[in-house]
Write a protein that binds this ligand. Structure first.
Ligand code: HEC
Ligand code: HEC
Length: 286
């Protein structure tokens, strides 16, 4: 990439090196001995045109590495961790009135394709709101909402949702946990969650999503809705969600078959991800 980042002067110097007749005359940077060598003038004109075409192509490749294609503007530094962790949960509770219509009054959504936020790790929710705000993650619903929040609002909302209990009120109108629609395929999901599949390069989900280990920014899936999990796996697999730093999820989701994605979504949506699995080698009861 750096080779395509030649400065204008460097490009000009290179053209001049290859065209010894090209002279700089005072401030007339395009001067050349046109009277002596009219053929050369045409040659240089062609060279300039070629350079223009080449630089357009170069610009294109520079753009490929430009901020538009960086998965997220979030970098996990001490400063971002402090910002994401320093919110006021009580103020967040007041702000969350704007969210509860969709995310539920206790952080459990009444619609399966809308994520549950109760008890989510602060850094994970904070990153998603930042990504929506920056347009790094697309959602016609969430982008304008996130853009309407101040950095302080985001931190306060994150503190509030992270503090909510992960065991929902049975009276609350929520979909989680659902009956496992893929109960017959649970062993497939269980194996991937517990062990991954080394031969295909798939690491175990529970190493990054808990409860065994948490990778910074990886949300817990243990209380997530099946429809939402499936939508996100599909979106990572086809690249329409591309905000994962270093691409772990785009890579993993693309390696999973549709059958496996459905089995995993149903597994988590049924609440089976709450306990670590694999230590005993026994699949949990369905
Ligand atoms: C009109 C419904 C609606 C409202 C209101 C709403 N959301 Fe959302 N939210 C959604 C939907 C739908 C998604 C999932 C988007 C997708 O599928 O990618 C979502 C996703 C999210 C996510 C990503 C969660 C994850 O696990 O990645 C966060 C965080 C979030 N919303 C926070 C909020 C907050 C905070 C508010 C209030 C300020 C709010 N939302 C208001 C519908 C809504
Ligand atoms: C190497 C660590 C790692 C592994 C292994 C991993 N994930 Fe992820 N996953 C992440 C990270 C990090 C994110 C958050 C991406 C972002 O920043 O938006 C994520 C996000 C997700 C999301 C979106 C959650 C949300 O709330 O929006 C789903 C669904 C998901 N992963 C499912 C899985 C499944 C299923 C597996 C196992 C097959 C798995 N992941 C394995 C790191 C991992």
């Amino acid at each position: 990439m750096s080779s395509s980042l030649l400065s204008a002067q460097e490009k000009e110097a290179a053209v001049r090196r290859n065209n010894p007749e090209w002279h700089l005359r005072g401030d007339n940077r395009l001067g050349f001995r046109s009277r002596r060598l009219p053929g050369l003038a045409a040659g240089i004109l062609v060279a300039i045109l070629l350079a223009a075409v080449a630089s357009t192509t170069l610009l294109g490749s520079v753009r490929a590495g430009s901020p538009d294609h960086v998965p997220s503007n979030v970098a996990w530094t001490a400063a971002t961790v402090a910002e994401a962790s320093g919110g006021n949960a009580f103020r967040g509770l007041l702000l969350a009135r704007r969210c509860e219509h969709c995310h539920g009054s206790e952080g459990f959504s009444p619609v399966g394709s809308t994520p549950n936020l109760a008890g989510m790790d602060k850094l994970a929710i904070w990153k998603q709101l930042e990504d929506f705000r920056d347009g790094k993650r697309s959602s016609p619903v969430m982008v304008p909402i996130a853009q309407s929040l101040s950095p302080r609002d985001v931190a306060d909302l994150v503190a509030y949702y992270a503090a909510l209990p992960i065991y929902p009120d049975p009276q609350d109108n929520r979909v989680f946990p659902e009956q496992n629609a893929q109960a017959g395929h649970s062993p497939i999901a269980f194996r991937l969650v517990a062990f991954g599949e080394g031969s295909r390069g798939i690491p175990p989900c529970q190493a990054c999503h808990g409860p065994v280990g948490y990778k910074v920014g990886a949300p817990s899936l243990a209380t997530q809705n099946a429809d939402y999990v499936l939508n996100q796996l599909d979106a990572f697999a086809d690249g329409s969600r591309a905000n994962d730093i270093n691409q772990p999820m785009r890579t993993i989701a693309a390696l999973l078959s549709e059958n496996e994605r459905e089995a995993l979504a149903a597994y988590y949506g049924a609440g089976l991800g709450l306990q670590p699995v694999g230590a005993s080698g026994i699949a949990p009861k369905q």
